[in-house]
Design a protein. Structure first.
Length: 215
């Protein structure tokens, strides 16, 4: 049908209708893009009124990521790179350190198989002190023993049956059956004088080294 040339406002009304359609249109409602992309340059993609952004597939980004408000990540994941944590963190479950990783808090460092506090550390069942001395289990007497190794050939050890103090060439041991002193020289200092009249002499069996009270 040809335009009515006598209607000078016909074109204006058509333009008004096109503007009305554009203003009331909702072109992205239930929309989809197949084999294409939507690009925002210098703009803002805003989802409000409790809306939800759902991504099924892979999300790849480059640049700065900032999120304000509560968030939750579910499922296995991997973080590569350095992470700076500010604020309190609550951990539920296990934390496994692998590949030489470590946790540092002041002068305390936790590494795989080793905990260091200042200049002392605990490693493989031994506590090594700053002066080189060790507190360890499994010394002479079996795995049930625990002892202190000040250094060299000296040690102080104890288990449920025996306690002993040893240095180079000398030892003192106490068991449930006996007490033994083994040393090239035994010295008793500041013994009291004025023994009672009934005091007995102490005799030594040269064969066994046992002490006896004289009859």
């Amino acid at each position: 049908m040809a335009d009515d040339l006598s209607d000078v406002y016909a074109e204006l009304r058509r333009l008004q209708e096109r503007v009305r359609v554009l203003e009331t249109a909702n072109p992205l409602e239930a929309s989809s893009v197949t084999n294409g992309r939507v690009r925002f340059i210098g703009g803002l993609l805003l989802i409000d009124s409790d809306g939800t952004l759902q991504i099924v597939g892979t999300l790849i980004g480059n640049g700065q990521y900032r999120w304000t408000g509560p968030w939750r990540l579910e499922g296995p994941g991997t973080i590569t790179g350095n992470v700076n944590q500010t604020g309190n963190t609550t951990q539920q479950g296990n934390v496994n350190l692998t590949g030489g990783g470590k946790v540092t808090a002041g002068n305390v460092t936790v590494e795989p198989n080793r905990v260091t506090v200042g200049s002392a550390w605990l490693e493989d069942g031994e506590l090594v002190l700053s002066n080189g001395a060790k507190v360890a289990v499994g010394l002479t007497g079996g795995t049930s023993s625990i002892g202190l190794l000040p250094g060299g050939s000296a040690d102080i050890s104890v288990n449920t049956l025996t306690a002993w103090l040893r240095a180079t060439g000398a030892a003192v041991s106490v068991t449930t059956a006996q007490a033994r002193i083994s040393a090239p020289t035994i010295i008793l200092d500041t013994l009291p004088t004025g023994a009672p009249s009934g005091a007995k002499a102490v005799l030594v069996d040269p064969a066994s080294g046992k002490l006896y009270r004289a009859a």
